[in-house]
Design a binder for this molecule. Structure first.
Ligand code: NAD
Length: 426
């Protein structure tokens, strides 16, 4: 098998996918994986690319590219977000799909990883245009998604409404309601309570536990949060609710810094009243996203997008603990620099796994047509995040490896064990 594909450049071989694959290679020596199983897992199982005509409000038409990459169906259906972003590529989806596989396995969820998206600028599209785009995308993906095949969820610039349109389009084509085809839906159509907060809350559950292990309790720590969307805004709120001081936040428009601590309620009101843009918020000093990453603080939460800490800025980070709410925000080079500087990085596949975990709860509830309370959901999430965190921390300690490597090793072992047991078909 290795002979046929090794060294051949495939369509998804972009820098981000090579980062994901290099992380896999770095973890492999510790994961005791048979060669044939390792070789299988180096590649996504399936990649779908479509082009979609979408009618604009002014009656012109645009043809937009859409993607869905499914990395591994060894443990169950594939699972992963749909993002609307100008930088979506096949390689980005492939990298994110591979990370989703390790993340689901690390949390011991019966899923493999997938990721998809549409290359567009969502900020330029009206709600009606977004609806047409979403319905067309769902129709194009009918044959590869499904409650037992592949279950989409929200990601960058997609939300509950997007999932409601996807669920409706899928259900209309099937002829009956299929709430379990997507997660992150509105509660009125089978969404789970606490799903909207789950990723941000999970980030803080992991951060809190890490702070305790490091002997510096979260209350009183000063925190900077990059990204003020579904993950970042909730993470900031949860940090403040735990007694930490959030001194800076940012979004795509820029950031705001107040060493005394920001009034997050006022920031939220400002953002809602100013086209979802933080820039010019009067309660702090304006900073760029580049400056924000280098501000003095204890904890830096990365909750915007990938490749934010690189070899160019990792040497200037002042935080001593980094929590990856976003996927892939730290490059391989930055990881090495941060490790040399003794800065601990709480890796994405552990730290932001709260979202997919509550998505799993949502899917289970939909399949069983039953509903859990908010407290029950939060309690179950904490149990699963804590269990994963403790396994990762223990493995890192035992093997003297980074938390990222330990998280990858733990996830890879689960998938490789299952594939070894199943065997490679035929
Ligand atoms: P979102 O669209 O709700 O928020 C993204 C935030 O990042 C926004 O505030 C946006 O303004 C900001 N941003 C975008 N481009 C930026 C740039 N160039 N510089 C600085 N900020 C920028 O998306 P989200 O769901 O919060 O996702 C954020 C990250 O978390 C992504 O990497 C996503 O894959 C990851 N993630 C999300 C979930 C989830 O449940 N939503 C789960 C796991 C991981």
């Amino acid at each position: 098998m290795a002979e046929t594909v090794e060294h051949v450049e495939l369509e998804w071989d972009t820098p981000l996918f090579l980062t994901a694959r290099t992380q896999f290679e770095q973890a492999l020596p510790y994961a005791s994986v048979p060669d044939v199983v390792a070789e299988r897992l180096r590649f996504p199982e399936r990649a779908t690319m479509v082009s979609m005509p979408v009618q604009m409000d002014d009656d012109t038409w645009r043809v937009l590219p859409g993607y869905r990459v499914q990395h591994s169906s060894v443990l169950g259906p594939t699972k992963g977000g749909i993002r609307y972003d100008p930088h979506v590529t096949l390689g980005e989806c492939a990298a994110l799909a591979m990370w989703m596989t390790w993340k689901c396995a690390l949390l011991r969820l019966p899923y493999g990883g997938a990721k998809g998206g549409v290359r567009c600028n969502p900020r330029e599209l009206s709600p009606a245009e977004l609806q047409r785009l979403t319905r067309r995308f769902t129709s194009e993906m009918m044959s590869v998604i499904g409650p037992q095949e592949d279950i989409p969820a929200p990601d960058m610039a997609t939300d509950e409404q997007t999932m409601a349109w996807m669920m409706d389009t899928y259900s209309m084509q099937k002829g009956y309601a299929v709430p379990e085809v997507v997660t992150g839906k509105p509660i009125s159509i089978g969404g789970s309570v606490f799903r909207a907060e789950a990723t941000g809350a999970g980030v803080v559950m992991v951060t809190e536990r890490a702070c305790a292990r490091l002997g510096r309790p979260l209350p009183g720590q000063s925190c900077v949060v990059q990204g003020f969307g579904k993950v970042g805004a909730i993470a900031a709120e949860e940090l403040a609710a735990h007694g930490a001081k959030v001194v800076a936040v940012s979004d795509v428009s820029g950031g705001s810094y107040n060493p005394e601590g920001l009034d997050l309620d006022a920031v939220t009101v400002w953002v809602h009243e100013h086209r979802h843009e933080l820039i010019d918020y009067p309660g702090g000093e304006a900073v760029t996203n580049e400056e924000l990453l280098e501000l003095p603080c204890d904890v830096l939460v990365l909750a915007a997008l990938e490749e934010q800490l690189t070899e160019d800025n990792a040497g200037d980070v002042k935080a001593t603990l980094i929590a990856e709410g976003a996927n892939g925000p730290t490059t391989l080079e930055a990881d090495e620099i941060l490790a040399d500087r003794g800065i601990r990085v709480l890796p994405d596949i552990l730290t932001n796994a709260g979202g997919v975990t509550v998505s799993y709860f949502e899917w289970v509830q939909d399949l069983g047509r039953l509903f859990w309370s908010r407290d029950e959901t939060r309690f179950k999430l904490r149990e699963m995040m804590t269990d994963a965190f403790d396994r990762v921390w223990h493995l890192a300690d035992e093997q003297g490896m980074s938390l990222r490597n330990a998280a990858l090793v733990a996830g890879i072992r689960e998938v490789a064990g299952a594939l070894t047991a199943r065997g490679i078909y035929p």
